[in-house]
Design a protein around this ligand. Structure first.
Ligand code: ATP
Length: 648
């Protein structure tokens, strides 16, 4: 029984070389991780599992990674699990002889169908034990299930699920059912999986013959002795993943040549969405000028629409991706058909960074984001499109075989304007002003607001002006009109629970518990209760939505004070953008606990609902670190600190 640190990838594996990795090996690993909250430990446990896979059955590394992430393919392929609970209950009932009603009652009590599946399975005696599940087998079947469409497919899906379910032993049933339901619930974020993979490769480099001495050495050496190599490989892996978020391409290279060789093979490629560069909030022109002192910069209007990364790949096919690398191509057939009109003759392949904005054709002006959000999300038919969009182009990241991300923005902007042209009401360049004069920036900000924009994006032009993939960079500052009244920025928070409404609000939720996401500890931390900013219809819509996401117990990775316990806990599935008057230290809320104050968290005062952020996943919510930064950056806090220093 090895400890985490002296794990031996051969001796401690539960299968033999060249065998398919049993699904049990993964289920046990996930089960172990589920019971541990320390992030470094979970990384180490997962890395041990990956090491065994690398040494014994390398071809199973790819499906193992996908199953840990509960994904079947890169996000932009849109292949998703998330089978309706009723179908899963049907499959469990039919395979165990229990009734759906019994399973429903148990699931309500346990708050987790996975656990119910495991218990239902373990009470069942089998005369013939079907052959054991393998990782490859489960992964292939999950893919088949996800690809089945149409009404008749439901029965076939249930049959396929049943065929796997009857072969489950012990905790396998828990994770299989959770996978099918769309969430593993072990709190394993993608960054941890990437780190575990890097640690595994640092300790047990892939593609070797693994003499026993080497494996024995890796067994006895502590994680610390691999630290340098691990950190380097983790950085390379994470950077590569940002440019090329596709494990189908990355994993074979790792197995063949190791992580260090990834940059030679997996590069920025049109057709594969990259993680976009993001901006830091600021609270006024003054702060912008301070930050960019001595640097050349430009101010661009910040359009309030949806980010659109437009790719033309080597074969000429066009795709459009969202801020989160989802494939939005079928949402914008109109934009795709018009691309020829704005593209110069010399453009063969490219990646454009743009904002798609709802557009009033008659009056020729921008419409608010809320109008854009009424457009059909997928498979739009061009003739039926009612909401017109205008695409505002603001960056060019790749052109004709050449990545431009390392070039300064000034050059990228020139190339953008040389290779593309404006088409009235359809394609426009972001309006900009290159200035360092405070009054001019202030006037330009006001103009942008009159032009129905959110404010300005202020960007460095020459020095420190590369395109920083996946980064919330300090070389892009956002200056929103709201900042002028409130705390600087809106926050994007996760809805954790609901309080039942009283009086006029009986029958719907009257308030909600919200939280930020702490990336370090991979947990959701309560930040405030909210009850304002909602219309009655909105409350009804939120209530209907969250009815399908109620849990009977809070997740082990929710941090909150008992005094805020909501009537219903929700699965972390939706992000809301909210405004607030200011941020204050709180003895009860847990946001950013330990960052600014060892015992107090941070809470929001007077929060108001702005909108649902469909384009953000829950792990993209405002982070604990960002909350702490926003708190510290408030004028009164800065003043207090100055005072303190002066007094000392
Ligand atoms: P929010 O959209 O609430 O500001 P966010 O986290 O999605 O938050 P930010 O980094 O804050 O993104 O702001 C950048 C976003 O603003 C981009 O993702 C893009 O969609 C939009 N945007 C609008 N105009 C521009 C522009 N001229 N340059 C860059 N981004 C722009």
């Amino acid at each position: 029984n090895p400890t985490i640190t002296n794990y031996h990838p051969l001796d401690n594996a539960v299968w033999k070389q060249f065998e398919s990795v049993p699904y049990m090996a993964l289920a046990r690993t996930l089960s172990e991780i589920e019971n541990i909250s320390a992030r470094l430990k979970t990384i180490e446990i997962l890395s041990n599992f990956f090491r065994s896979v690398i040494v014994l059955s390398p071809l199973d590394l790819l499906p193992s990674i996908y199953l840990c992430l509960n994904k079947l393919a890169p996000a932009y392929e849109g292949l998703e699990l998330g089978i309706a609970e009723t179908n899963l209950m049907k499959a469990i009932a039919q395979s165990t002889g229990r009734t759906i009603a019994q399973i429903k009652t148990d699931a309500k009590a346990a708050g987790d169908l996975g656990i119910v599946a495991e218990q239902s399975r373990s009470n069942q005696k089998m005369i013939f034990q079907p052959s054991r599940l393998t990782i490859k087998g489960v992964f292939d079947k999950l893919k088949e299930i996800a690809k089945m469409t149409g009404h008749a497919s439901q029965t076939k899906k249930v049959e396929k699920i049943q065929s796997m379910f009857v072969a489950c032993r012990n905790c396998e049933a828990r994770f299989l059912i959770r996978s099918l339901a769309g969430k593993l619930r072990v709190g394993l974020a993608e960054q941890s999986v990437l780190q575990a993979l890097a640690l595994a490769c640092a300790k047990t480099p892939p593609g070797q013959s693994y003499p026993p001495e080497q494996l024995n050495m890796a067994k006895t050496m502590s994680a610390d002795s691999f630290k340098g190599e691990y950190e380097t490989q983790a950085l390379i892996l994470k950077t590569t993943y940002c440019e090329c978020p596709n494990y189908d391409l990355i994993v074979p290279v790792i197995l063949r040549e190791g992580i260090r060789k990834l940059p030679d093979h997996c590069k920025l490629t049109p057709g594969i969405p990259l993680k976009p560069m993001l901006a830091h909030p600021t609270k006024g022109v003054h702060e912008v000028l301070q930050r960019f002192e001595g640097l050349k910069f430009t101010c661009e209007w910040k359009y309030d629409g949806e980010r659109a990364q437009i790719h033309i790949d080597q074969d000429g096919s066009i795709s459009i991706y969202s801020r989160n690398q989802e494939n939005n191509t079928s949402k914008y057939p109109d934009v795709i058909n018009r691309l020829d009109a704005c593209k110069g003759d010399k453009v063969r392949s490219c990646i454009l960074d743009c904002e798609a904005v709802a557009w009033d054709k008659e009056n020729r002006h921008i419409l608010p984001f809320q109008i854009l959000s009424t457009r059909k999300r997928k498979d739009a038919n061009e003739d039926e499109i009612k909401v017109q969009v205008c695409v505002f182009m603001f960056d060019l990241l790749y052109i004709n075989g050449e990545p431009l991300v390392k070039r300064p923005f000034k050059e990228r902007r020139e190339l953008l304007r040389e290779n593309f042209k404006e088409v009235d009401g359809q394609w426009l360049f972001a309006t900009f002003l290159d200035t360092t004069v405070m009054e001019e920036v202030q006037d330009f900000l006001e103009e942008s607001v009159k032009g129905k924009c959110e404010g300005l994006m202020v960007k460095t032009l020459e020095e420190d002006a590369t395109y920083e993939i996946a980064k919330r960079s300090r070389n892009w500052l956002k200056l929103k009109k709201d900042y002028l009244e409130g705390v600087g920025d809106t926050l994007d928070v996760v809805v954790l629970g609901g309080y039942l409404g009283r009086g006029k609000r009986t029958g719907t939720y009257g308030g909600f518990l919200l939280g930020c996401y702490d990336r370090e500890n991979e947990e959701y931390q309560s930040i405030c209760k909210i009850g304002t900013g909602f219309s009655d219809e909105a409350l009804q819509a939120h209530t209907t939505f969250f009815e399908n996401h109620i849990l009977s117990h809070p997740k082990s990775y929710y941090r909150y004070d008992a005094s805020h316990e909501p009537d219903h806990w929700f699965d972390a599935v939706q992000v809301w953008e909210i405004k607030c008057a200011d941020l204050s230290l709180s003895p009860v809320h847990r946001a950013a606990l330990g960052i600014v104050d060892p015992e107090k968290g941070i809470s929001l005062r007077f929060p108001r609902f702005v909108r649902i952020r469909e384009d953000k996943g829950v792990e993209d919510a405002t982070s604990a670190k960002q909350v702490a930064d926003m708190y510290v950056n408030q004028d009164q806090i800065k003043d207090q600190q100055k005072h303190k220093i002066a007094e000392e």
